[in-house]
Design a protein around this ligand. Sequence first.
Ligand SMILES: [Zn+2]
Length: 285
Amino acid sequence: MEKKPLYHFLPGSKLLSFGTVGCNFDCAFCQNYTTTQVNKNASSLDWVINRYSQKITPKDLVDLALSQKAAGIAYTYNEPAVFVEFARDTAKIAKRHGLKNVYVSNGFESPEAFEYMHGLIDAVNVDLKSFRPEFYLTVCKARLEPVLENIRSFFTAGIHTEITTLLIPGENDSPPELTDIASFIRSVSPDIPWHISAFFPAYRLTDIPPTSYSSMLSAYRIGQKAGLRYIYLGNVRDPQKSATYCPGCGQTLIDRQTYRTSLKNFSPDSGTCPRCGEEIAGVWH
Ligand SMILES: [Zn+2]
């Protein structure tokens, strides 16, 4: 669950993750480009299909998740909207068996694709990659506005929502842009966790260095200043910045060390801080 990343949803539980090929974005920095972009080249698609793919039905996936004692299924690695029919068939069977459905999304779903999954998604992590329309247009070959709309829609539909921003040096890490991103999240809800993730060179962005720790820290502080209550640094080793603190009294509630999660002073049954009684937003049990 933490690897998605979802930090405020059934902490420490197992998920069965799966994806297909293709994406409705073409991000220059895609970390999964060997599968997300492969269908744009017929010969490499054949290669991937022959080498890696397997035929699997929605029921097979659910059976596999149940046999692995997973809490749910994650639709991830590539944008689930591109296989929304398969996602829906799987999610319906999963739900009947008490499994949770977790979407990891770029937020670029049409209203029809969003409605098609109505009542089936329990939690989502949406990438908010920038706050500039021209970044979405030129770097991702996509549009910003539908992503913002869908983040609002996911949240107001009662789906547990967390946001991830990959911090790319010189591309989307200016303080004004990060302030805009954090303020937008705050305007939807200050309780939405914001994951700031370090960039590593990939795909077409191989001439940009990895994100520095000081830049990560500065984004973290911008999130705090904007009034977000839960901010996390990802892809860097800093247990202090991946722990959950009580926004009321500052008490450490959940510790995370490279995907080992320990509920230090936190009882998931109550979902509140044991020291000051503050309610901690999330789905804890
Ligand atoms: Zn507290």
